[in-house]
Design a protein around this ligand. Structure first.
Ligand SMILES: Cc1cc2nc3c(=O)[nH]c(=O)nc-3n(C[C@H](O)[C@H](O)[C@H](O)COP(=O)(O)OP(=O)(O)OC[C@H]3O[C@@H](n4cnc5c(N)ncnc54)[C@H](O)[C@@H]3O)c2cc1C
Length: 476
């Protein structure tokens, strides 16, 4: 066993690591399609442990990758270059719920939904709610700057992180931000949020808690035409209403979800919008009338309203369990993530249909329509030769279309190793160069999450093992 592994074991103890091949296999994946096996997985219990582990990585030149729950969809938590995978599963304590200052202090391995559960008795919740919120961790949310259905009204994770404790690539422990909303100086908290584990490792997070709204109303608007369904989104915002959420499911997704979840979704519709309004009772009632008018103006066939919390939860259960439902229909699927201006949702859906026809692969759509954040889900069978390449090409064609439409290659899932080669479609060479300089300021040895986020001019640090990406690894 190499010296660096022995040093790591001395830090985390005999029960604080995994390195048998059968265990490491379980850490080859995240929620995306790429793979890469670490040489060891370590489970620190404190920032001091993380710092000591990082110092070993630095001394021996071994790459290091952070991991929350592994639900990421862009290959961020994959040990692309082998080396150390640092799992935050045992740093999962909620350290403080402070309703007086509307803050919580949590460790990075805390599951997203557990923050809201802990805050609920005080009348508060944590607003960022990725659909994976029953599993994903706050560390992963911070690293990806995660969004979710309620991003439309509440913003993304960055809008709810007030301070961080992080371990830098030299092992130093740094605190940024704090309990106050607008700290002076450069916004290091903002810089680190969304940096995909490539600048530092997060060991503590101070988050903002939101007061539960007085009134919540949830609607399901049902359509015969995908175009009408998509057009409703901008029709609502044109009336100066910002719902808490506007989610869209197309006909194929409705079928898959309803068969698995029995959420009461209509079979045979071309598409539905799940619309949620929140606020003070009178304002919500007024907006509800406007939303009904907007849906009717776009020829909604029917508008249902949840009559109680149970019906509301059932509607959301369909939305939040959709990915699991797809697994019943297709052995493999590829979830993409691009953004278009919300006025361009309808043509983008038509383009996706074209891509589906051309590639011969079925593509369903379930997405955060209010933000124009598209999630085409490409069904394929990796056991069929050529299918994964077709799925990858279909996804990249769609992302290029998003950029050409004035949008972005990611809304919330990050770049990871999946979209690294598309960065120059989105950013100018000057912007990329600035990002590289920033990376070098934090991580001159380039050991933190190598081969992710930023296309490098120099080759990646030595690949310590051949990549096992099903479709072949993407260029650095
Ligand atoms: C069914 C499903 C639904 C989803 N829905 C949404 C959605 O609605 N919105 C959304 O934004 N995303 C969604 N996602 C994607 C994913 O859940 C999010 O990106 C989430 O933030 C990842 O959290 P995680 O704990 O699983 O992180 P991981 O996948 O383990 O890691 C993600 C990234 O974070 C880094 N990282 C993890 N912990 C740390 C740490 N402590 N310090 C530094 N870096 C760290 C990793 O290195 C990696 O780069 C969904 C995924 C699935 C499978």
């Amino acid at each position: 066993m190499p010296d660096w592994k022995q040093e790591l074991i001395r830090i985390v103890g005999e029960r604080g690591y995994l390195d048998r091949p059968e265990d490491l296999r379980l850490y080859e994946y995240d929620g995306g399609v790429d793979k890469g096996r670490p040489e060891i997985v370590v489970f620190p219990r404190s920032a001091q442990d993380v710092s000591a582990i990082v110092k070993v990585s630095r001394r021996h030149g071994v790459p290091i990758v952070g991991r929350g729950a592994g639900t990421g969809l862009s290959g961020g938590a994959i040990a692309r270059s082998g080396g150390i995978l640092i799992s935050f599963a045992r740093m999962n304590r909620i350290l403080e719920i402070d309703p007086f200052n509307e803050r919580a202090v949590v460790e990075p391995g805390v599951v997203n939904l557990d923050i809201s559960a802990a805050a609920a008795p005080y009348g508060y919740f944590f607003a960022p709610d990725p659909s994976s919120q029953r599993a994903c961790t706050i560390g992963g949310n911070v690293a990806e700057n995660a969004g979710g259905p309620h991003t439309l009204a509440y913003g993304v994770t960055a809008n709810h992180v007030l301070g961080l404790e992080v371990v830098l690539p030299d092992g130093e422990i740094l605190r940024t931000g704090g309990f106050w909303p607008d700290a002076a100086g450069y916004d290091l908290t903002g810089l680190i949020t969304g940096s995909e584990g490539a600048l530092c490792l997060v060991t503590k997070v101070i988050v903002r808690l939101m007061r539960k709204p007085e009134s919540v109303e949830t609607f399901l608007a049902i359509y015969d035409s995908v175009d009408d369904c998509a057009t409703t989104v901008s029709e609502i915002t044109a009336r100066a209403i910002t719902p808490a959420a506007v989610e869209m499911l197309d006909g194929s997704m409705l079928q898959m979800v309803e068969e698995a979840v029995h959420a009461g979704y209509p079979l045979g519709a071309a598409g539905v919008l799940l619309i949620e309004l929140e606020g003070v009772r009178e304002a919500v009632a007024e907006q509800a009338a406007q939303v009904r008018q907007a849906c009717a103006a776009c020829r909604a066939q029917e508008i249902r309203q949840a009559r109680n919390e149970q019906e509301r939860q059932l509607l959301w259960k369909g939305r939040k369990n959709a990915f699991g439902a797809i697994g019943r229909v297709s052995p493999f699927y590829y979830v993409h993530d691009g953004v278009v201006p919300r006025t361009k949702i309808a043509p983008t859906l038509r383009y996706i249909e074209d891509v589906s026809r051309r590639s011969g692969l079925a593509i369903g759509n379930i997405f955060h329509a209010g933000d124009g954040n598209m999630h085409p889900i490409i069904l394929f069978d990796a056991r069929r030769p050529g299918d994964i390449e077709k799925a990858q090409k279909a996804g990249f064609d769609i992302l290029e279309y998003c950029v050409d439409s004035g949008g972005s290659i990611t809304g919330e899932h990050g770049i990871g190793m999946e979209k690294i080669h598309l960065m120059d479609r989105q950013f100018s060479q000057e912007s990329l160069e600035m990002m590289r300089r920033l990376k070098m300021t934090f991580d001159p040895a380039r050991l933190f999450n190598p081969g992710k986020l930023l296309p490098e001019r120099q080759p990646c640090p030595e690949l310590r093992q051949p990549p096992v990406t099903p479709g072949g690894s993407l260029p650095c």
